[in-house]
Design a protein around this ligand. Structure first.
Ligand SMILES: Cc1cc2nc3c(=O)[nH]c(=O)nc-3n(C[C@H](O)[C@H](O)[C@H](O)COP(=O)(O)O)c2cc1C
Length: 205
């Protein structure tokens, strides 16, 4: 398992402009609480989504403080490095980077298309392409409804290339009471897919 110099497990996490910013913040908080290092990249519309859906307090430059205020001091256990989506020379653009996996949460249909076709137009798409070519875990959390045939085909292409398609479809059998319960369900699914244990939702009995 890849770790940084301090022995932290590193994951790339991308936030793009699909509805569901709360899935991204809950996933970030859960990984940071577990002491992970996050290589974070947020597209322009991902930045807008954070503000539109969670308020100005969740803008990228204040995101760590937002996570601590919303999810608690445990978020300080981990570390985050933020990259520009335009920086195709960033560490996570290379196959030599040490991330153990990558999550695109939420993933817009535009970014899904870019990943499906290997376009590498920006750092999110390039970092995802790197995970596929290096055969490392890539978890894509698409959100759109209804879906067109090209969108469905793009999910198939990504799955065939080795990505895990994990649509933002929280379950209701856990009897969620809050939006945070729904977000925690998706975050838990993502952590499980990355091989991390968690107690984000009760195990099904
Ligand atoms: C408020 C808002 C909500 C959006 N929701 C979605 C969505 O759920 N799914 C989607 O694919 N695109 C959605 N979009 C459109 C994308 O943000 C848009 O296609 C953008 O170009 C995606 O770019 P990105 O992948 O670089 O973030 C939304 C846009 C806005 C402003």
């Amino acid at each position: 398992m890849s770790t940084d110099q301090e022995g932290r497990r590193s994951f790339a996490l991308a936030i793009t402009g699909a509805s569901g910013a709360i899935y991204a913040t809950r996933t970030m908080a859960a990984l940071l609480e577990r002491g992970c290092h996050l290589e974070l990249v947020v597209s322009d519309y991902g930045r807008r989504l954070l503000r539109d859906e969670l308020g100005d307090a969740a803008s990228v430059d204040k995101l760590t403080e937002f996570l601590i205020a919303r999810y608690g001091e445990g978020v300080r256990n981990g570390t985050t490095t933020l990259y520009s989506n335009k920086d195709l020379g960033a560490k996570i653009a290379s196959g030599s980077q040490g991330c153990a996996g990558m999550v695109v949460v939420p993933c817009s249909m535009k970014t899904l298309a870019g990943i499906a076709h290997g376009l590498s137009r920006n750092l999110v798409e390039r970092a995802a392409d790197v995970m596929l070519k290096e055969r490392r875990p890539l978890i894509i959390v698409p959100r759109e409804t209804p879906m067109s045939l090209p969108q469905l085909k793009n999910m198939v292409l990504c799955a065939q290339a080795g990505a895990m398609i994990m649509p933002a479809m929280p379950a209701f059998y856990q009897m969620p009471k809050t939006l945070d319960d729904l977000a925690a369900f998706m975050a838990g699914k993502i952590l499980s897919a990355l091989g991390l244990s968690h107690d984000l939702y009760p195990a099904w009995e």
